[in-house]
Design a protein around this ligand. Structure first.
Ligand code: ATP
Ligand code: MG
Length: 318
């Protein structure tokens, strides 16, 4: 069964939709890469899935199925159990998730006993999990988060998230602030945990290199919508949305001699509070035509992937 299935997710701040009808699905043991530039709605999507949206922001419509069950209508008490036991999340800043006043061992144990595990089993699971994330077990159990290095804190946060063996792990740019070596270690660690536990992973990042490395499928967000989704290899080889094509052209690996020079996508992301009619990418799109400012394209099958663009790639100008 699909581990995580999001349908028609719309998240709003007042009258402004920040996330607009997003559909996502991740199978057990698979990784979905969620990419898009700053402000495209990646974190809001993740927080809506977790039931952790900030105060002024609400989920306006849509469903979030975890193992087939829609968690949106659940009362907060049950939602908390889903969050603790079924869906975990890791962040760029470990202190978002860790309690600074509590030693790491008891934090992991508390997360397990709160959802019904016996204390002794929870203590054993905590030690086992710290070992799995590559921390020195005895020291980490007793340490306060501030007594650990940045990389170790990152691992401690991952341990808290994966100790209950969640079905889904959402990683929101967890490696952005880390140096390249530690970044790679964290990516490989999550990938290993995914394989061992069969977790579904949603990996949110700006870094298409990371997505190419770990994601089976990739969803590209722009202005609160998914504008392209497909198998990562296909989507990288034959992007079907000009925004995806633009992102790929700015990838370092594509900046070889035979490749076009680095092209940043010109222009600014749109203001969600005043979206013009038509495709929100049109003002920046090298392929735009008249139809593009008339109606917003739906996300439709386009060869092996899905894309929300009026102009099929075979009609694109070079
Ligand atoms: N508290 C808030 N109230 C109103 N709008 C907000 C609030 N927080 C974020 N937004 C807006 O919601 C939209 C989506 O933001 P979100 O944080 O999901 O983007 P993101 O894709 O995660 O970006 P980044 O890559 O920078 O993390 C943005 O337009 C942002 O300005
Ligand atoms: Mg974000």
């Amino acid at each position: 069964m699909t581990a995580l299935a999001v349908e028609g997710l719309t998240v709003s701040a007042g009258a402004t939709d920040l996330v607009r009808g997003v559909d996502l699905a991740v199978e057990p043991g698979r990784t979905l890469g969620l990419v898009g530039e700053s402000g495209s709605g990646k974190s809001m999507t993740a927080l809506a899935v977790m039931g952790l949206l900030p105060d002024a922001i609400h989920l306006r419509s849509g469903s979030v199925r975890v193992d087939g069950r829609d968690v949106v209508p659940l009362p907060e008490s049950e939602r908390r159990t889903v969050r603790g036991a079924r869906v975990g999340m890791i962040y760029q800043e470990p202190m978002t998730a860790l309690n600074p006043l509590m030693r790491v061992g008891p934090q992991i144990v508390e997360g397990l006993t709160a959802h019904g595990m016996a204390a002794q089993a929870a203590r054993a699971r905590a030690a086992e999990t710290l070992e799995r994330v590559g921390l020195p077990v005895d020291r980490a159990l007793r340490a306060y988060p501030h007594q650990l290095s940045g990389g170790m804190r990152q691992r401690a946060m991952i341990a808290v998230a994966v100790a209950p063996h969640p079905r889904v792990l959402i990683a929101d740019e967890p490696t952005t602030a880390l140096d390249v070596t530690i970044q790679r270690q964290v990516i490989d660690l999550v990938d290993e945990l995914r394989r061992e536990d069969g977790m579904a992973v949603v990996w949110i990042t700006h870094d298409l290199g990371v997505v190419a490395h770990i994601a089976d499928r990739t969803a590209v967000m722009y202005a609160g919508r998914v504008v392209e989704e497909g198998a990562t290899a296909e989507l990288f080889a034959r992007p079907s949305h000009p925004y995806t094509a633009g992102l790929l052209r700015s990838l370092p690996a594509h900046r070889g001699a035979e490749r076009p020079p680095l092209v940043q996508i010109g222009g600014l992301p749109p203001d969600l509070a005043g979206l013009p009619p038509g495709c929100p990418f049109a003002p920046r799109c090298p392929q735009r035509r008249e139809v593009c400012s008339a109606s917003e394209p739906a996300l439709l099958d386009r060869g092996p992937q899905r894309a929300a663009c009026h102009i099929p790639p075979e009609e694109w100008s070079a």
